[in-house]
Every structure is written in structure tokens, then in C-alpha cells.
Design a binder for this molecule. Structure first.
Ligand code: A3P
Length: 345
């Protein structure tokens, strides 16, 4: 009897032991495979069938961990060399439009394992003083990345600044250019709201939007007002087209990026020849914020700062109607040039 019980116990221990060793071997093999970073060449669009071009999970963790430390300047030169990290000129730039959703677009693209964002607006091409410092200064402003990744920066002032297209062309005539637009009147009000908030912070008073947007002498739209001029997208784009063919631009719908970001991001991935990696998992709606927020992994998620998504002041409906009527022909031209139509009134 005792012998039988001992045999049964030995048998159970043997099964349990085998199971434990099997699981251990599986884990070792899995971790080993995750450790091998496979190189990607996203901008060239050289991707094999799904599976071959898998960006290992570790890359995203690296983006939050190792690269982050390097970016904060906590790395030695030796560590940088060991990890083969480089500061690369951008392969794509979000050139505008101010208040179109440029920050949200940059942050959301940064969810992609092959994209590394320049966190700050660098203002290299629109600021003469910075531009005079030369291209090496600009490159040194770029974040550390692996050679197979692409760097993206955003400086919305580029879109409206006269000298910028030529300067960017001189750096890289085949660069990819992203423009995120919103319905022009809403964008102009958002622009005004940002300036208004700045004035209020300094305890200064400011004009009402209606007073700035409409010329009191003619009662017509005041085209000298910067918030109005910036929303005449076609005028600015035409200047860019003197240097770059339309194929080098991708227009992002900033209004849709607010309500339904994933399809807009998937169009950008396609334009940048990146394999589709941003998924619904990476974007979740935060009811308190009233906006989509970003989920990098099970631990790390973030929403944009409170300065994004301000409450706009109420604007006289007759002024809104006047502005919409004013922008209408420019919008039509913009649709025609870009091949992207929006439901703007
Ligand atoms: P409002 O403040 O008018 O709502 P930019 O980054 O170019 O300054 O654009 C700011 C705009 O981005 C905001 O304008 C906001 O509506 C929009 N936006 C788009 N997606 C957003 C998001 N996920 N979180 C916060 N703001 C977002």
C-alpha cells in the first residue's frame, strides 16, 4: 500500500517537474528571440511579408527606457557608441498648420516603433538666427535613434514662413512633408484662443475675436489679421509647390484626428512607407479630457497637456458665417491642389 502511494507521488512529481522545465525552456527561448532587434528600413518601404518585418516588442520598451535616458543626456559617449545610436536629420517634417493638431499628430506618430520624435519645436528653418548656426546645429538638436528608425520634427511656423521651403529643399529635396489642417474658421478661433490665454496669463486685456477678424472700416474680413491669413491654406501651399511636388506632401485631417485618430494615422504610416504598427490599443478615449490619449504599453500612457484642447470663446454667428464664406473659394482651391476634400462649410 505504502509502496503504491510512493510510486504515485513520484509519478506526480515527475509530471510537475517536466511541466516546470518545459515552461522554463519556452520562456528562455522567447526572451532570447525578443532580444534580437531586427533592423527595419521604413522609409525605403523594404518590408517582407508580415512576420519577417516584425518590430520586436522590446523596441517600444527601449523607446520609453533606454532612448529616453539617452535623450535626457544621461548616457555616456561609450553607451551611445555601443548601442549604435545616432542623431539623424528628419526624414519627415510636420510643417504646420499651427493649431491644426500638430502636437497630437507628432505624439501619435511617435507610438510607432520606427519613429522617433524631436520633442521640442526646433524652429531651425524659420528663425534666421538658428538657421545661421548651420545644419550640424540642427542635427545635434535631433533625438538619439537607431539607424533604422526615422526622426520627425514639427515646427508649425514653417508652413507660413516665406524662406522655409527653399531652406528645407536645400537640406533634402526629397523630404516628406506633413500638413495637418482643420476647418479654417475653427482653426483661426483656436489660434486666437491661444493668444488670448497668453495675454490673460500676463494680466493683459485683449480685443475680442470679432474685432480682430473683421475690419471695422469695411466690415469685410480682415486679411491682415494673422489668424485669418494662416487659415488661407492654399496661399501658403502654393509657395511650397514652387520647390516640392504635391506627391511629397500628405494632408492630415486635424478634425478627424480628434474624433477618429487611427484611420488618419494609418494614412500617414502608408505615406511614410512604414509598416502599420499603430493600433487601436495605442489610443483610448479619455472622457475627462474629452480627447484620445496615448497608450505605449501596459504601464505607460499619457494625454496631451491641458494647453491642447482649450475651450474656445463664443463668437458672433454672423462673423463665423462671414469668415466661412471668405474661406470657401480658397478651400475649393486647396481641395483641388491636394486631392483631399473636406466637408468644410
Ligand atoms: P484646441 O485647443 O483649439 O482644441 P496644435 O498642437 O497644432 O497647437 O493643435 C492644438 C489642437 O490639437 C487643439 O486645439 C486640439 O483640438 C487638437 N487635438 C487633436 N487631437 C488632440 C488630442 N488627442 N488631445 C488634445 N488635443 C488634440
Amino acid at each position: 500500500m505504502l509502496f503504491k502511494q510512493q510510486a504515485l507521488l513520484r509519478q506526480k512529481l515527475f509530471v510537475l517537474g517536466s511541466l516546470a522545465i518545459g515552461s522554463l525552456l519556452y520562456l528562455v527561448a522567447r526572451v532570447g528571440s525578443l532580444d534580437r532587434l531586427q533592423p527595419l528600413c521604413p522609409i525605403d518601404g523594404r518590408f517582407g511579408p508580415r512576420g519577417q518585418d516584425e518590430m520586436p516588442l522590446r523596441a517600444l520598451q527601449f523607446k520609453r527606457g533606454l532612448l529616453h535616458e539617452f535623450r535626457k543626456g544621461n548616457a555616456t559617449k561609450e553607451q551611445i557608441r555601443l548601442h549604435n545610436l545616432v542623431q539623424q536629420l528628419p526624414k519627415a517634417i510636420i510643417i504646420g498648420v499651427r493649431k491644426g493638431g500638430t502636437r497630437a499628430l507628432l505624439e501619435m506618430l511617435n507610438l510607432h516603433p520606427a519613429v522617433v520624435k524631436a520633442s521640442q519645436e526646433i524652429h531651425f528653418f524659420d528663425n534666421d538666427e538658428n538657421y545661421a548656426k548651420g545644419i550640424e546645429w540642427y542635427r545635434k538638436k535631433m533625438p538619439f535613434s537607431y539607424p533604422h528608425q526615422i526622426t520627425i520634427e514639427k515646427s508649425p511656423a514653417y508652413f507660413i514662413t516665406e524662406e522655409v521651403p527653399e531652406r528645407i529643399y536645400k537640406m533634402n529635396s526629397s523630404i516628406k512633408l506633413l500638413i495637418i489642417v482643420r476647418e479654417p474658421t475653427t482653426r483661426a478661433i483656436s489660434d486666437y484662443t491661444q493668444v488670448l490665454e497668453g495675454k490673460e496669463r500676463k494680466n493683459k486685456t485683449y480685443y475680442k475675436f470679432e474685432k480682430l477678424a473683421i475690419d471695422p472700416n469695411t466690415c469685410e474680413v480682415n486679411t491682415k489679421y494673422k489668424a485669418v491669413r494662416t487659415s488661407i491654406y492654399t496661399k501658403h501651399l502654393e509657395r511650397w509647390l514652387k520647390y516640392f511636388p504635391i506627391e511629397q506632401f500628405h494632408i492630415v485631417d486635424g478634425d478627424r484626428l480628434i474624433t477618429e485618430p487611427l484611420p488618419e494615422l494609418q494614412l500617414v504610416e502608408k505615406f511614410l512607407n512604414l509598416p502599420p504598427r499603430i493600433s487601436q490599443y495605442n489610443l483610448y478615449f479619455n472622457a475627462t479630457r474629452g480627447f484620445y490619449c496615448l497608450r505605449f504599453n501596459i504601464v505607460f500612457n499619457k494625454c496631451l497637456a491641458g494647453s491642447k484642447g482649450r475651450i474656445h470663446p463664443e463668437v458672433d454667428t454672423s462673423v463665423i458665417t462671414k469668415l466661412r464664406k471668405f474661406f470657401h473659394p480658397f478651400n475649393q482651391k486647396f481641395y483641388q491642389i491636394t486631392g483631399r476634400t473636406f466637408n468644410w462649410p
